[in-house]
Design a binder for this molecule. Sequence first.
Ligand code: NDP
Length: 460
Amino acid sequence: MARYDFDMITIGAGSGGVASSRRAGSYGARVAIIEELRIGGTCVLRGCVPKKLLVYGAQFADAFEDAAGFGWTVEPPKFDWPFLIAAKNKELDRLEQIYVNMLRNSKVEMIDGRGIVVDPHTVEVAGRRYTAENILVATGGHPTVPDIPGIEHVISSNEALDLPTLPRRVIIVGGGYIAVEFAGIFRGFGSEVVEIIRADELLRGFDDDVRVALGEEMRGRGIELHTRTQIARIDKDARGEFTVQTAGGHEIAGDVVMYATGRGPNSKGLGLPEVGVAMGQNGAIKVDEWQRTSVPSIYAVGDVTDRINLTPVAIGEGRAIAETLFNNNPMTFDHDNVPSAVFSNPPIGAVGLTEAEARQQHGEVDIYCARFRPMKNTLSGRNERIFMKLVVDAKTERVLGCHMLGPDAPEIIQGLAIAVKCGASKRMFDQTVGIHPSAAEEFVTMREKFVRPPQKEAAE
Ligand code: NDP
């Protein structure tokens, strides 16, 4: 008789939990996965996938506009938001079913309900107890909002993905990934968009030049960007209109107020501190490089650990656990040089260090930049420019970071991420033949080092 009901019980059927469970199941481990909502998690149901479908939808606005410069006559196009939302939901149902089938094929038992850890080897679901040699917590995260008067009136990205009608005026608070992506989505569909951020620039953590360039392009697309602005309160009137009052006393009216001010780990009420699992201040589960918590039989992956909150990272961490525990192949996940993209309009792709990080970690760095109008915009007349940047270690010539703002940036940076991961030098970039005519070729043809003009204060 086996000592436990399962070799591994996973709590949370999102990207990380499913990836780990499937791989473990494929190695013959007896695995159960517990989920209280739908199979698929944030990425498939409330994040990456539905967001990207809406991004695709919004991008047609540009295509219709640009077509005129190439000789097309386009009737004023009409857009049907409920149609797109229904089509998106149908696709999510399809994907959820694929996830369910994949779990079934890997012989992973699916248990409906909320799992609570009652001891290092036992999880309770609706009063029933299941035991396992290992427990994996992969419960993800949730949107967080500040506690200010009227915050109950705001929506998060969860609700924004399912609004019954397209709002005419949208107010977005926050300057991170989610905020800029939804600003681009709503603007593309024709809504008036006001984005309010407390910092000087969007997207803290990204390269400063990219941040500035994105702000310029978003403003150029008609998004009203308020920087260095805090919100004091939010009111709703009898007609259902919202007014956001800034700390400076300015009032902005809208039909929807969306907050995208960060996400927090889903770790409350799981019984974790009670069984001795160490947590960080914001509720993030602390893990070592093997994804192991302070309780040796309990592991955690993905957003609930609040490190790099990206789907492929959660998947990589989850698979590493399955390799280590069930395939006699000890594996850790390498968190260095993780590329990422922001599906703003225009989008961003980035891998490696920003200029500021590189200067701090490597001292002297060489910078190569290009800002240019892509060929398509010559005939379309679109006044938008691509920005590209390479950050290079001056001593070793190693490329430390690649950053891009412009159409297809996520697709282009994925390839460059391999080069950066391999430690490619600027010389190797230069030796690579460009693909012509493309925007991407600029990454292998940048010759002139960029010398930043002296700051105004220094010049005076
Ligand atoms: P982020 O952490 O990216 O950004 C949060 C934003 O909210 C920042 O601009 C921050 O400002 C601002 N903010 C925080 N608190 C307040 C406050 N009290 N008042 C006003 N502004 C505030 O969070 P997101 O919610 O956008 O995304 C969460 C995570 O999800 C991301 O970090 C990312 O890992 C993941 N994600 C990834 C995507 C992708 O890969 N394309 C897409 C969507 C999400 P400040 O900069 O001043 O701190």
